[in-house]
Design a binder for this molecule. Structure first.
Ligand code: GLC
Length: 472
């Protein structure tokens, strides 16, 4: 089959979160299964762009409201990612430093989607499926069916993957005039709660809709930031497919970011060397258990709890552990985390940035990874951590609940808790401290989790089955 993925992010080209990891790896595994997978994304101003060779494959223009835009589709020449990568260049609109966060994001992502369809409508063949990811690309199924210019694409099956239903791409009705001429009888497909809601529209118009874990799909039917009734109503075309992780990138045996490579057989010594390096750099005592939090400092990830959790844990348990936070996000959380360094500098470190390399080093060197997320559609970090033999401590929600079994249960290996609250996290840390003292059990569950296969192999074929189910 030929699959065209459309996404705002793709690792290693541009990454804000897990969406990039999925779009950077799923297509590779689909290629390995013998399919042709292509990715098209905006040409953000990213270093990947300057470090690689590109060829122009298409040039075009379109109108959006009063303005007209020229766009260029460029293709990476060397197949660096293991699949064909295309970027949409719209000068002044997409070529920016950040992926999101501009006042004109609505226009930017509309322009991106229209460019993709302008280009696709000039192909001399059609792909077997168009696979769109999250709200930034969720108007594509509507446009393929109901914009007059793209009607000849209406037979191509479409699938929408929801990586995060909190953000829905809302826009005022005035922006509907930005879409290429469309059948106004179909306005109800764009509408949700008196606005144009891109995600809701994608859910209505795509042939299949999936989330990135079965647990998250079940949760969305109860609560989806206002879309729960819609999702329940469309449940017959909805499913959950658990994400996998890219085993070629996330492999402690070959990872070039970490100090000492190791496998499940020599994880004890391998992790110790990696921990030593980290502890030497941070001037930590290597004998203490090392907890880490890696991720965006946002409400969904319950990062706002961290300052109080960390200071209460030191107050309650004493200086018997080390803690490292890596990530950026909400300003007041960043500041509160940095402030803690004044008090606990021998035991605590915060690094307020996105740093891919340091994250690998933390997975390799840490003992415990904390994920108290309020919302976690799948979560990849717990899977990276398991692969690197670091015990995941997770709130029972969405994909975390689908992938981590508490060590108190049969065949368990992680630490699970119910609420994103300071008390629950402290209780989980107390259990972690106990587990760390019981070295036999600690090593046993480390081995158990490292042997779990969370690669894309299974899920990549579930997607193919889903595509096949909608061939027209
Ligand atoms: C989003 C979700 C995360 C998921 C990722 C990839 O970032 O918040 O849970 O793992 O997308 O699907």
């Amino acid at each position: 089959m030929e699959i065209l993925h459309v996404s705002a992010e793709c690792y290693p080209v541009a990454k804000a979160g897990g969406l990039a990891d999925v779009v950077g790896s799923l297509p590779k595994y689909q290629q390995e299964l013998g399919h042709i997978a292509k990715v098209v994304m905006p040409m953000h101003r990213m270093s990947f762009l300057y470090k690689n060779e590109w060829e122009v494959v298409h040039k075009g223009w379109f109108r959006m409201g009063e303005s007209s835009f020229d766009f260029t589709i460029i293709k990476e020449k060397q197949n660096k990612l293991g699949f064909d990568l295309y970027c949409v260049d719209i000068h002044g609109l997409l070529d920016r430093e950040k992926i999101y966060g501009y006042d004109d994001d609505t226009e930017r992502f509309l322009a991106f989607q229209v460019s993709v369809l302008e280009w696709l409508s000039k192909w001399n063949h059609q792909p077997d499926v168009v696979h769109v990811h999250d709200h930034h690309t969720a108007l594509i199924p509507f446009m393929m069916k109901h914009c007059f210019a793209y009607r000849h694409l209406s037979q191509i099956p479409t699938i929408l993957t929801i990586h995060n239903a909190q953000y829905q791409g809302w826009m005022g009705w005035d922006k509907a005039t930005y879409l290429p001429a469309w059948d106004t009888w179909k306005w109800g497909l764009l509408e949700w709660d008196h606005t144009v809601n891109s995600l809701a529209c994608g859910i209505k118009c795509a042939d299949k809709v999936n989330t990135v874990s079965p647990g998250y799909m079940a949760e969305l039917m109860q609560s989806a930031n206002g879309l729960e009734h819609l999702i329940s109503h469309e449940s017959s075309k909805c499913s959950g497919i658990l994400n996998g992780i890219d085993y070629s990138v996330w492999n402690p045996e070959t990872d070039t970011y970490i100090l000492d490579n190791y496998s499940v057989e020599d994880a004890d010594s391998g992790k110790k060397l990696n921990k030593k390096k980290l502890c030497d750099d941070l001037q930590f005592d290597i004998n203490l258990p090392l907890f880490v939090f890696i991720g965006r400092l946002v409400h969904e990830k319950a990062a706002d709890l961290l300052p109080a959790v960390i200071s209460s844990a030191f107050a309650r348990f004493g200086p018997v552990f080390n803690f490292v936070v890596l990530g950026n996000g909400m300003k007041q959380v960043e500041e509160a985390l940095d402030y803690l360094r004044n008090h606990w500098f021998d035991y605590y470190h915060s690094q307020i940035e996105y740093n891919e390399k340091f994250s690998h080093q933390l997975y390799a060197g840490a003992d415990f990874l904390l994920m108290p997320s309020r919302v976690e559609p799948c979560g990849l970090n717990q899977m990276y951590s398991m692969r690197y033999g670091t015990v995941p401590m997770v709130r029972r929600t969405g994909g975390l609940n689908d992938t981590v079994i508490d060590f108190g249960e049969k065949e368990g290996y992680g630490i699970c808790f119910n609420h994103a609250s300071i008390d629950d996290v402290l209780h989980a840390m107390e259990r972690a401290l106990g587990l760390y003292r019981d070295k036999d059990q600690f090593f046993q569950i480390r081995e158990r989790m490292m042997r779990i296969n969370n690669s894309w192999e299974n899920s990549a074929s579930s997607y193919i089955a889903l595509y096949q189910s909608i061939q027209k």
